[in-house]
Design a protein around this ligand. Structure first.
Ligand SMILES: Cc1cc2nc3c(=O)[nH]c(=O)nc-3n(C[C@H](O)[C@H](O)[C@H](O)COP(=O)(O)O)c2cc1C
Length: 353
């Protein structure tokens, strides 16, 4: 293929190979230039160059984080970690998906393959792998020290059923281990499966409340974000926000929309044991924007001041602006950034013209 874009995470390689050999494409080289913003923006009580970055997932280790920082992504989330090592699903982990029209939130069946067009939507299926804390703590600490003025690293983590007496305790331990690396902001991933693949933890409000309180008790002095999935109605998420008032500092949303990726002969494209995958990229932007507008509305109703990180389908300066106009305090891009290492520069350019 002529002039093919090389994503910084190679979907054809295993997670382990990406970890060892990546990042690829532009992220493997220093950028040709940098773009400075005239003045910083306030995010929480921090001065950030541009409240834009890469959410949990694609930045596998300090090498990836350093590249992202050099390319002007000023809020970088280090990949979700666990309290014990956890293996990645085998390949395929990232397939391109081709929904007919708009993807719904009702687990649509979509064609998936290895043609990665632009604008791109993908299914990602990793099972949230992690190394042991003794490996990731040192690496995350190194990533934290790489942040320059106006840049911040966010440490994402999640609990694992069976690692401690309760999942609440495991979330708290993970938070403590992340805090020891000096990461200035914490993010608990709650959009992971709870009981079975279809029930996400963030839909179990009592459990989320207990988890958030355990985390806050374990690490009282760092801002805490929760990563939420898409909720289809205001009334669906309001009870959760009420329970969390005073405990969490913000929400990052959305993670992915679930779909059934199939190959050209109608078989599960991720394998028979993985009929459902999370979709991210262009096809879910509508859902990310809707969730941000929903949270802004409910924040006003509650007279609350939690921060909102808008995530989902951002691949241009226009998309960034749509999220900011919707009321997001910060914006992040995973899929869009993977295929365009210069995305933060594109946005900064558009704002400094
Ligand atoms: C390769 C990849 C890995 C991901 N891994 C995680 C993860 O470990 N934890 C998490 O909270 N979200 C994870 N995500 C979800 C992203 O953080 C983000 O919420 C989602 O991709 C939507 O953003 P996008 O449309 O810009 O890709 C991952 C996404 C991608 C593309």
């Amino acid at each position: 293929m002529k002039n093919a874009i090389i994503p910084f995470y190679d979907p054809l390689l295993s997670y382990e190979d990406n970890y060892q050999q990546g990042p690829f494409g532009d992220f493997a080289r220093q950028p040709k230039h940098i773009i400075e913003m005239a003045k910083p923006t306030h995010f929480l009580n921090l001065a950030v160059n541009l409240p834009f970055g890469i959410p949990a997932g694609p930045l596998l280790n300090a090498k990836y984080v350093k590249a992202a920082l050099a390319y002007g992504f000023d809020l970088c989330v280090y990949k979700t970690v666990r309290t014990k090592a956890h293996k990645s699903h085998p390949l395929p982990n990232v397939l391109s998906i081709h929904p007919k029209g708009q993807l719904s939130h009702q687990v649509d069946t979509v064609l998936a393959d290895r043609n990665y067009p632009s604008p791109i939507s993908i299914t990602n299926s990793f099972g949230v792998p992690s190394f042991d804390p003794e490996i990731w703590q040192e690496d995350l600490a190194e990533a934290v020290t790489a942040a320059k003025k106006g840049q911040y690293i966010i440490g994402s983590f999640q609990g694992t059923i069976g690692n401690q007496a309760t999942i609440e305790k495991d979330y708290a331990l993970a938070a403590r281990l992340v805090a020891q690396t000096n990461a200035p902001i914490l993010e608990a991933n709650l959009s992971c499966p709870n009981e079975g693949v279809h029930k996400l933890l963030c839909f179990d409000f009592d459990k989320v409340e207990r988890i958030a309180k355990e985390i806050k008790h374990a690490v009282p002095d760092k801002p805490l974000f929760l990563k939420l999935a898409y909720f289809a109605n205001d009334d669906d998420v309001m009870p959760l926000l009420k329970k969390l008032q005073g405990t969490v500092d913000g929400f990052s949303t959305i993670n992915t929309l679930s779909a059934r990726p199939i190959n050209e002969v109608g078989h599960p494209a991720l394998g028979d044991d993985r009929p459902v995958g999370g979709v991210c990229g262009d096809a879910i932007r509508w859902a990310g924007l809707e969730m941000v507008k929903r949270l802004v509305r409910l924040r006003n109703e509650l007279a609350s001041n939690f921060a909102i990180i808008g995530v989902g389908g951002v691949s241009s300066a226009l998309h960034y602006q749509q999220y900011i106009d919707a009321g997001a305090n910060a914006v992040m891009s995973a899929t869009g950034a993977m295929w365009n290492a210069n995305l933060a520069f594109d946005i900064k350019n558009s704002l400094t013209k």
